[in-house]
Structures are given as structure tokens and as C-alpha cells.
Design a protein around this ligand. Structure first.
Ligand SMILES: Nc1ncnc2c1ncn2[C@@H]1O[C@H](COP(=O)(O)OP(=O)(O)O)[C@@H](O)[C@H]1O
Ligand SMILES: [Mg+2]
Length: 333
């Protein structure tokens, strides 16, 4: 399989701060990689190196088979980049912004005009096309940002926290746009602190923390690392907790845990939905009265917590947010 993006042993230091401490990753053509990590993990630094805005201190990176250090100008021609880099002008309209990007790429004016209209249509910005950007909502602005990165039809796209700060509806809209890009054959490297976003969009996930890769795999593979499905029950009468635990032990694939405050028992299982039926039969035979029963898949939150000992969206006391363009976030819907 051809790798559209590849890095080996990337290291980047800012003075005393080691932002990247030897990152390896590879993104096969036509797939989405979710680079997942909390604030300060090194996501933006990695993206900036791939996008040739920053030089690594050590290691190797290539995009579309081109060495980012040797041929940055060639790399820039084949990538699209959106995120924490002010590339658009507040006072220009959406359409003017897209045209400006086109002229930076030295595209013919007629071609740019056509492309701008196409993108405005696709990103549902036709009505707002001729209004200045400072009247846009947060969601519209992100869509325009993404549209701007697509003017020159890049096949490899870097999205740095594309939905951070957006309201739920705008997030979903952006997700569907990204899914569409991938359906059209693009390769995407997406950074995010949101596990559900990586779960939804990424074929593969690389989890980084403190500039190091701490896990990688598909969402399912990562969830399997924490353990498979669990059956979770809540009994009506706390006195039946022991009986419930015994009944469930028959089908459990590991140790059960119970919580008397919640009147709940949780057991790991390996049999999928069929196990629910077995659990109900077994509990019924033991005369246990249930308030609730559920089959729960571990979430990526469980994964992150078990890997790092802290939640993914926990900003931590030592890391500082490093977005240079907070001012562009104003006007979030
Ligand atoms: N220009 C800079 N100067 C000094 N430290 C920086 C700079 N940019 C980022 N850092 C630090 O490098 C680390 C990684 O930052 P960054 O790549 O922005 O992480 P993320 O995008 O995952 O939040 C953080 O500790 C951050 O504070
Ligand atoms: Mg960042």
C-alpha cells in the first residue's frame, strides 16, 4: 500500500520543551488518520512539520513521496492545510477569500472563479458568499477555511482540530464534509482531542501524549486493548447483588465488579449480543429482579484513560494552549 504521509523518528524541541520526542506514523493513500492527543501533546507541531511550516530537529517526514525537508515547495503544491493558521482575511467576503487563495496558487482567474462557486455550493455557503468573513458563525468560518484549503484540489489534506470550539450541529456538518472528501479519494490527517471524532472519521488512530506515540490502531483495535464488551446490570434490590454476580459469572470472560451504591454489576463478555440473552436467562433462573441491563462497548475515553491515566480532554496543569489565532474563533455559533 502506498503511504501518502510518512514520518520516522520526528523530533522537535522548542528550547527546553520537547514537543515531539520521536514520532513514527504512516497514512496509507485514501485513508484518514486521526492524530489524537490532549492539549500540548504535539499535534500541531507534527502537522506544521508535514506542511513544511516548521523544520524537525531530527527524523524524516515525507508527503506524497516527497521529502518535506528537501522539497518543501513541491510538498506545498500537493497539500491542503486548515486549522490554527490564519490563512483567511476577516474583511474579505467568502468568495473573495477563495479567489485570493486561487491567485496565490497562480491559477487562471476563470478557473478560480468556477472553483470558488463550486466550493461555496458544496460547503453550503452560497447565501453567505458575498458577505465579509467577520459576519460568519464559527461553523461557517470553519467550512470556509476548509474550502480555502481545497481550492487547488489537493489530494492530501491536513486538518488541525477542525471542530474544536464548534457547536454540535456545526461539528456534524463538518464531519459529513470530511467524509465526503475521503469518499472522493483524499488522504486526510486529522488532529483532534475528541475521541468521538476520531472514532467517527478515522480509519486509523495514533494516540500521542507528551510528543510520543502511546498507542495506535483502528478504533476497534484500541477498544479491544482495554477489553471487549461488558454487560452492565442494575438490580432492583441491593440484597440481590451477590446472586446477580454469581449468575453473571457463568458467562463472564473475566472478573466481575460490583458497585453497591449504584446497585450494579459489570462483567466483561466475549460473545457479543447473544450474551445479553444468556445473561437474562441466567439472571432470571437465579430469581434476580433487574432495573436495567446493557451491553456496553468500551469507548475511546476508556482507552485513553487506561493508557495515560488521564482523560483526553483534560488540559492538564502544565500544558498551555498554543493556538496563535484565537481571535479567529470569535463568532462561534
Ligand atoms: N512556538 C513555541 N514555542 C515554545 N513552545 C511551544 C511552541 N509551540 C508549541 N510549544 C509547546 O510544544 C508542545 C506541543 O505543542 P503543540 O504541538 O501545539 O501541541 P497540540 O497541538 O497537541 O496542543 C507544548 O508543550 C507547547 O506548549
Ligand atoms: Mg494544536
Amino acid at each position: 500500500m502506498t503511504q501518502a504521509i510518512r514520518a520516522e523518528g520526528l523530533v522537535k524541541k522548542y528550547g527546553d520543551v520537547t514537543a515531539l520526542d520521536g514520532i513514527d506514523l504512516a497514512v496509507p493513500e485514501g485513508t484518514v488518520l486521526g492524530l489524537l492527543g490532549p492539549n500540548g501533546a504535539g499535534k500541531t507541531t507534527a502537522v506544521r512539520i508535514f506542511a513544511t511550516l516548521l523544520r524537525a530537529d531530527a527524523g524524516f517526514a515525507e508527503v506524497g513521496g516527497i521529502d518535506v525537508r528537501k522539497h518543501p515547495d513541491q510538498v506545498r503544491r500537493i497539500i491542503g492545510l486548515t486549522g490554527q493558521y490564519a490563512g483567511v482575511d476577516e474583511y474579505l467576503t467568502g468568495r473573495e477569500n477563495l479567489k485570493m487563495v486561487g491567485s496565490l496558487y497562480h491559477l487562471r482567474p476563470e478557473a478560480v472563479k468556477k472553483r470558488a462557486s463550486e466550493l461555496l455550493e458544496r460547503f453550503d455557503l452560497v447565501d453567505a458568499a458575498d458577505r465579509p468573513l467577520n459576519t460568519y458563525s464559527g461553523g461557517m468560518r470553519r467550512r470556509l477555511d476548509l474550502a480555502a484549503s481545497l481550492v487547488a484540489r489537493p489530494s492530501i489534506i491536513f486538518l488541525d482540530e477542525p471542530t474544536t470550539g464548534l457547536d454540535p450541529r456545526s461539528r456534524l456538518e463538518l464531519w459529513s464534509v470530511i467524509e465526503e472528501l475521503v469518499r472522493d479519494g483524499a488522504t486526510v490527517l486529522l488532529t483532534t482531542q475528541y475521541l468521538d471524532e476520531a472514532d467517527q472519521l478515522a480509519n486509523n488512530i495514533v494516540v500521542i501524549d507528551h510528543g510520543r506515540v502511546i498507542a495506535e490502531g483502528s478504533a476497534d483495535e484500541l477498544k479491544d486493548q482495554v477489553g471487549g464488551d461488558r454487560v452492565e446490570i442494575v438490580v432492583q434490590d441491593v440484597a440481590q447483588l451477590g446472586a446477580a454476580q454469581e449468575a453473571l459469572a457463568l458467562l463472564a470472560s473475566g472478573a466481575a465488579t460490583s458497585d453497591s451504591d449504584r446497585r450494579s454489576v459489570t462483567v466483561p463478555v466475549s460473545g457479543g449480543t447473544g450474551t445479553m440473552l444468556d445473561a437474562l436467562r441466567s439472571l432470571d433462573a437465579a430469581g434476580v429482579k433487574l432495573e436495567d441491563i446493557a451491553l456496553r462497548r468500551p469507548t475511546l475515553d476508556d482507552v485513553f484513560l487506561s493508557l495515560t491515566g488521564h482523560a483526553a480532554e483534560d488540559e492538564g496543569a502544565t500544558s498551555s494552549p498554543s493556538s496563535p489565532s484565537k481571535s479567529r474563533r470569535k463568532g462561534n455559533a
